[in-house]
Design a protein around this ligand. Structure first.
Ligand SMILES: NC(=O)c1ccc[n+]([C@@H]2O[C@H](COP(=O)([O-])OP(=O)(O)OC[C@H]3O[C@@H](n4cnc5c(N)ncnc54)[C@H](O)[C@@H]3O)[C@@H](O)[C@H]2O)c1
Length: 336
């Protein structure tokens, strides 16, 4: 919608000290979450007599939703307690979906559950096959439906070529087997719902990293399975896509920075490698791509990869940042 549009507001409300603007019966608050209000009603939270037409310029773009069909849908997000998974949970919640948060971190998971309008937390470690089966059973029992599966849980665990077969197998358990297991157990519910799957891989699937064989194998397999399952499930109307982050500012990455001799310098070094803005990707930027792929806004997309990485993987770094091999401008992306 154009930013200079004038809209009629039905209600204006103060909730927990935060200004809420209600547009056509839905409102977004200053905290992270959507609040649904019947048109013209504030559930008692409205200051008396606050109604009327308000001119809205520019701000609209910041508050408007993508207009997805995800309201009321059941979305399972693995690794939802922190990082990209938590951002995904918030983003799907803003779309009005029920979000099932699956994570082994009970403290962070419960905290997030309480902060979202419609969320259920399941504490479990997905390295167990039984746990994966039970997650799907619980969801189907409680909601009678499973519309979207976000296979996000994973950890870059640095299991190298030297680490040996046992360590490699364990890494695949942490990063790959639960992706297959959950999708296997969820397939009937997804077919019934004509739902969709969003996998999360990594740039490492394509670039390698040198000391992380298990993670690289798992993420490479997730790329292959995205295509494989897109083919397998297309006849039943289930779409399967994948987001590919590179350098995203999450707990996992911060732990890595903290482990370096000079964390500040390590972070600056990584940031310099990201062509767009010389910064890490924010988790919510990856989450927005997930919401798009899971929704009917991507109704004819399947077997696809969205690289949410500030150009990290595909742009010529000779044209960006401090390196101006081909005569790029001081701001990186503008040629002289
Ligand atoms: N952060 C990055 O730069 C980056 C880059 C590329 C890919 N990724 C991928 O994005 C995904 C999310 O990464 P993140 O950076 O947000 O990680 P994170 O460590 O910040 O969060 C991961 C969450 O998953 C949970 N989790 C991990 N393994 C689990 C298991 N076996 N059972 C239950 N819960 C489990 C953790 O408890 C945690 O809450 C991962 O698959 C990761 O490989 C991240």
């Amino acid at each position: 919608m154009p930013g200079s549009l004038s809209l009629g507001f039905r209600s204006l409300s103060l909730l927990r000290g935060v200004l809420i603007l209600a547009i056509g019966g839905e409102a977004r608050a200053g905290f992270d979450g959507w609040i649904r209000l019947p048109v013209g009603s504030c559930h008692g939270a409205c200051p008396q007599g606050v109604t009327g037409r308000w001119e809205l310029r520019g701000y609209l773009n910041r508050v408007s939703r993508m207009q997805t069909d995800l309201a009321g849908k059941v979305v399972v997000v693995t690794g939802a307690a922190r990082g990209i998974g938590a951002a995904a949970a918030r983003a799907f919640s803003r779309e009005g979906a029920w979000v099932v948060l699956v994570d082994r971190d009970a403290q962070a998971g419960r905290l997030l559950e309480r902060s979202l309008a419609k969320a259920v937390f399941i504490e479990t470690d997905l390295t167990s096959e039984t746990a994966c089966e039970q997650v799907v059973e619980k969801v189907v029992k409680q909601f009678k439906s499973l519309d979207v599966l976000v296979n996000n849980a994973g950890v870059n665990d640095s299991v190298s070529l030297e680490a040996g077969p046992a360590a490699f197998s364990e890494s695949l358990k942490r990063n790959l087997l639960h992706v297959y297991n959950l999708t296997h157990f969820a397939r009937e519910a997804l077919v019934t719902a004509k739902g969709s799957i969003v996998n999360v891989s990594s740039k490492v699937a394509e670039t390698g990293q040198g000391r992380t064989s298990g993670y690289a194998a798992a993420k490479g397999a997730i790329h292959a399975l995205t295509r494989e399952w897109a083919v397998a499930l297309a006849p039943q109307g289930v779409r399967v896509n994948c987001v590919v982050p590179a350098e995203c500012d999450t707990d996992q990455y911060q732990r890595w920075f903290a482990s370096q001799p000079d964390p500040g310098a390590a972070r600056a070094g990584v940031e310099r490698l990201v062509p767009l803005g010389n910064r890490l990707t924010r988790p919510d930027e990856v989450a927005d791509a997930m919401v798009f792929l899971a929704s009917m806004r991507a109704s004819h997309m399947t077997g696809q990869f969205l690289y949410v990485d500030g150009g990290y993987l595909h742009l010529d770094r000779g044209m960006t940042g401090e390196q101006r091999k081909w005569g790029g401008g001081a701001d990186g992306l503008k040629p002289r």
